[in-house]
Design a protein around this ligand. Sequence first.
Ligand SMILES: C[S@@+](CC[C@H](N)C(=O)[O-])C[C@H]1O[C@@H](n2cnc3c(N)ncnc32)[C@H](O)[C@@H]1O
Length: 303
Amino acid sequence: MSFAEYKELIQDGDTAIVFLGHESMFPVTIQQGGQTQTKYGVIRHSTDLIGKCYGSKVTCSKGGWVYILYPTPELWTMNLPHRTQILYSTDISMITMMLELKPGSVVCESGTGSGSLSHAIIRTVAPTGHLYTVEFHQQRAEKAMEEFKQHKVDHLVTVRNQDVCKNGFGVSHVADAVFLDIPSPWEAIGHAKDALKTEGGRLCSFSPCIEQVQRTCLALNEHGFAEINTLEILLRTYDVRTVSLQIPNFGKAVEEKENPESGDASKPLSGSQQGCALLKSGISPRETVGHTGYLTFAHQEFI
Ligand SMILES: C[S@@+](CC[C@H](N)C(=O)[O-])C[C@H]1O[C@@H](n2cnc3c(N)ncnc32)[C@H](O)[C@@H]1O
């Protein structure tokens, strides 16, 4: 198992996703002799998981079943242990496209945080690219390194424990793209410029507040970045549901009204006389879509 490639069989040491439903899943580290409790009973790793194919339906001790899924960055984002606020797949997908990331890209990132974005970047730039990620919180930096090792992507990433605003990314003129998710990104723009290849590259900064965006855009302008562009993405999901719609009663037609033998046309039909139609429909969940942050993109070109 590696977050950067696919394998069919579940092995000792893998991180797998136990899938009980779209709203209920969790990661598990597979261990010879290990056990995992679910609401459907226990799963025994040696007999129930190791050697089976990813995607298998596994019966738990109480007779219920779960699916065991291969871990992808998207599933990891939904299930990872939060050490910070994280980026979600909607923003990550736009970041990946707008930074033009592809296999072989070299990327600088700060801060690493909980590694949600890092896993997506690593998967995209593998097998020949590299991620240099900077996190000034020591425990977070160490935990990220541990996870990258466990997920067998540590050869694709370098974690540095330093302040990106003071000390930069620890590399010069190697990056195709730079990504910032820190409270004061404007203080790191000079270092971002230094990290980018001499022929230039792309930059993205994520900030929740518009005042942070304003300061970042001014700094980008001062450092000669072009095509400065801020956007926000709002995701709207739909649940497919069977809904019952009452067929409206508009009263009887004019001809029927004029013919009193056809009954009292002015009276509306009672609830039981009125029909209902059942149909499948896409229903948007009640919660309003929340603001995550503004994404500011810019380009640095060799002059
Ligand atoms: C919101 S989190 C990043 C989350 C990350 N993008 C993810 O998807 O998991 C911000 C991180 O930046 C780190 N940080 C803040 N300022 C920093 C700086 N000047 N240098 C390095 N890291 C910094 C914080 O410790 C925190 O872990």
